[in-house]
Write a protein that binds this ligand. Structure first.
Ligand code: BGC
Length: 400
């Protein structure tokens, strides 16, 4: 009996020992599992922490450009028919991509309706900012309002956006200064101050599109310089078409300039030569040049023709003497200034502004940056255009 008791006691101890060990084992498992779970949790947290740190780091450093990489800037350009706008778009794209933005552009073929549709599409695409060179400066107020409602800032590039408060900034050139510059070139090259009593030079005017706010600025600048000479008779406009309304050419059309010039030559200049074609754009200068060639003008009686933009073909014509001057508007600088404005509207940085008074769009004075235009003629073309790496000599030679 004693033996049986002993055996039972041993068995009990064994069972207890097994139970205790099993209990320990099961605790061990639980604790392992727990630590494993804790471990995963920790790993997850660490990953999360790293992610956040990564983003935070990014914000302080590289991140601004990362952020910009996600941002798209849309360029609504007027036309590809004047080389100025294709080159402007290329420069803007280079400048903005260099800052980390993605860029998409659309050209409106000088059609205001098409431009409205293109801007509507940009809004539907949820781009981050729209830079607009208007075909018709007064036709975009509704679509620009829609952009504002969608939280998309708008910047006016070269041409002011009229009748809206939904435009943040305006990057352009000193347009009145361009008009004055063209007028002074006429005064100097045609030696108007040296004319004796009763002597005069004949002149006709070919101004910009009335729906482009720049046109009136250029006209006013030109007239500021030339009005005294028109008043005292040293300049004679035989067609009598001097007012802005009578001289503005819709959409800056080269063909219209050619037709007008041909009509003036046949109607008013059968007996005496036309001395000066005062045009506000290289394309208009080409139109006059073609009409003059067709009318038989030669080196002997070739008029002084003015222009604007320093297109490649204009540079070629300046070098061969069939255009007197043009105005270089360095679009590399314009693109830089505009890109600074894009940064300002999207990242709260300081834009560069140097005019808050001249450009009132009927609703507000639009804060503007006016770049400096440079007069180019035969005497300084090499220095400004070729040495300034605006174009190469062969780009000019090959222009047509
Ligand atoms: C620009 C000129 C250009 C003209 C025709 C104007 O708005 O300021 O540079 O010659 O449009 O394209």
């Amino acid at each position: 009996m004693k033996v049986t008791k002993k055996i039972c006691g041993l068995l009990l101890c064994f069972v207890l020992a097994v139970c205790v060990m099993a209990g320990c084992r099961s605790e061990q498992t639980a604790s392992d599992d727990a630590s494993k779970t804790d471990g995963e949790q920790t790993v997850n947290d660490d990953t999360k922490a790293q992610d956040e740190t990564g983003t935070d780091d990014g914000k302080d450093g590289e991140g601004e450009s990362d952020e910009k990489q996600g941002q798209t800037i849309a360029l609504a350009m007027p036309t590809q028919s004047a080389t100025r706008w294709t080159i402007d778009a290329e420069n803007m794209q280079k400048e903005l991509e260099g800052k980390g933005y993605t860029v998409k552009s659309a050209f409106a073929d000088d059609d205001p309706k098409k431009q409205i549709e293109q801007i509507q599409q940009f809004i539907a695409d949820k781009v981050d900012c729209i830079v607009i060179t208007a075909v018709d400066s007064g036709a975009l107020s509704d679509v620009v309002k829609s952009a504002e409602k969608a939280g998309i800032p708008v910047i006016a590039y070269d041409r002011l956006l009229m009748d809206t408060d939904a435009v943040s900034f305006y990057a352009t050139f000193d347009n009145k200064g361009i008009g004055i510059m063209i007028g002074q070139a006429i005064i100097e090259k045609e030696k108007l101050d040296d004319l004796k009593d009763g002597e005069y030079k004949t002149i006709e005017f070919f101004m910009g599109s009335a729906d482009d706010n720049n046109s009136i600025f250029i006209y006013n600048g030109l007239m500021e310089a030339l009005q005294p000479y028109l008043d005292d008779g040293r300049l004679l406009c035989k067609s009598g078409r001097i007012s802005f309304e009578d001289t503005c050419i819709t959409r800056w059309s080269q063909d219209t300039a050619k037709q007008w010039c041909a009509n003036y030559l046949s109607s008013y200049y059968a007996d005496e030569d036309l001395d000066i074609c005062a045009t506000a754009f290289d394309g208009l200068a080409y139109g006059c040049r073609a009409a003059l060639l067709a009318a038989g003008y030669t080196d002997e009686n070739w008029p002084y023709i003015t222009g604007q933009d320093c297109e490649r073909l204009a540079c070629k014509n300046i070098l061969d003497g069939t255009q007197g001057m043009s105005v270089c508007k360095d679009n590399r600088v314009l693109a830089q200034k505009c890109a600074i404005m894009v940064d300002a509207v999207l990242h709260g940085t300081e834009p560069e502004i140097n005019d808050t008074e001249q450009y009132n769009n009927n609703v507000m004075n639009v804060p503007s940056y006016l770049c400096k235009p440079v007069l180019v003629d035969k005497d300084n073309l090499k220095e400004v255009i070729i040495d300034g790496e605006y174009y190469t000599q062969s780009e000019i030679d090959e222009a047509q």
